[in-house]
Design a protein around this ligand. Structure first.
Ligand SMILES: Cc1cc2nc3c(=O)[nH]c(=O)nc-3n(C[C@H](O)[C@H](O)[C@H](O)COP(=O)(O)O)c2cc1C
Length: 247
């Protein structure tokens, strides 16, 4: 069976093997074939393979070992720098130092990232996204030397898998689809939607290990807390401002 999004699973253990140059090129080319706002391609990809750079990135990603174990780390950045420079060189006045432009470029960066993932998986490679990119954007800006109007949005590690995890669960399709207009959830529908997840042994163990009452509390009290969310919101806003998007 060829790999496709239907066989995707995040890979967190990697072999040492390098990725051949022609495959790396296809992954980058696939990223650039993503739809992009006004065909402006408002992103850049920083490809890190050097051990020193990867070691500097390691702490930015909360010491997740795959950053140094995978042969390639790709940081996808919202980038209005290149386009702005072009405008200035062509007697065109750029108006991109604002939040909307940041968000537009962030969308472009994410679409490119997902295309890169799909192409990598097509070649038998594994990937894992790192959400720590937005938490630690300021430090990543320093490590990667990102200029004004460039903000890191997401990171993927890429390499040959050294594990074969099962597919992870998803909510049933009816949980996420709304026909024609949005139908809000009832207490009953929320119970039905989350029932399967809550009954899985894996998640029941999460609850036990954390000595909590419900799976939802694992998210609110341990994994994505209000306190952390507020702290990292401030940090990310600082990064967006620092890079000149919200002067
Ligand atoms: C934006 C984003 C950030 C993520 N950050 C991390 C991360 O920092 N560490 C990690 O191990 N997995 C991370 N993941 C992977 C998710 O945990 C994973 O996609 C999810 O559990 C579903 O599993 P699957 O990808 O195997 O289907 C991230 C995924 C996304 C989309």
């Amino acid at each position: 069976m060829t790999n496709s999004i239907f066989t995707h699973r995040s890979i967190r253990k990697y072999k040492n093997d390098e990725i051949p140059a022609n495959i790396m090129e296809l992954i980058i080319e696939a990223a650039t074939r993503a739809s992009t706002t006004g065909n402006m391609q408002l992103y850049s990809i920083v490809l890190s393979r050097d051990e020193n750079i990867k070691n500097s990135l390691l702490s930015c990603h909360f010491n997740q070992k795959m950053v140094v174990e995978a042969p390639v780390v790709m940081t996808f950045c919202a980038d209005f720098n290149r386009f702005t420079l072009w405008c200035k060189q062509r007697n065109a006045k750029p108006g991109y130092n604002n939040f909307l432009s940041f968000f537009t470029a962030a969308i472009d960066a994410l679409l490119a990232a997902q295309n890169a993932c799909l192409e990598a998986e097509n070649h038998g490679l594994g990937i894992c996204y790192l959400g720590t990119t937005t938490y630690m954007a300021n430090k990543i800006i320093d490590v990667l030397n990102l200029p004004q109007l460039v903000v890191p949005i997401t990171t993927i590690v890429v390499g040959y898998p050294d594990e074969t995890p099962d597919l992870t669960d998803r909510l049933p399709l009816e949980a996420i689809i709304h026909y024609e207009t949005y139908t809000n959830y009832t207490e009953n529908s929320i119970n039905n939607i989350y029932q399967q997840k809550e009954n899985m042994e894996l998640y029941q163990n999460f609850v036990k290990e954390n000595q909590l009452e419900t799976l939802a509390q694992v998210f609110t009290d341990k994994r994505y807390t209000q306190k952390d969310n507020e702290f990292f919101s401030e940090e990310f806003l600082k990064a967006i401002k620092r890079q000149g998007f919200m002067p």
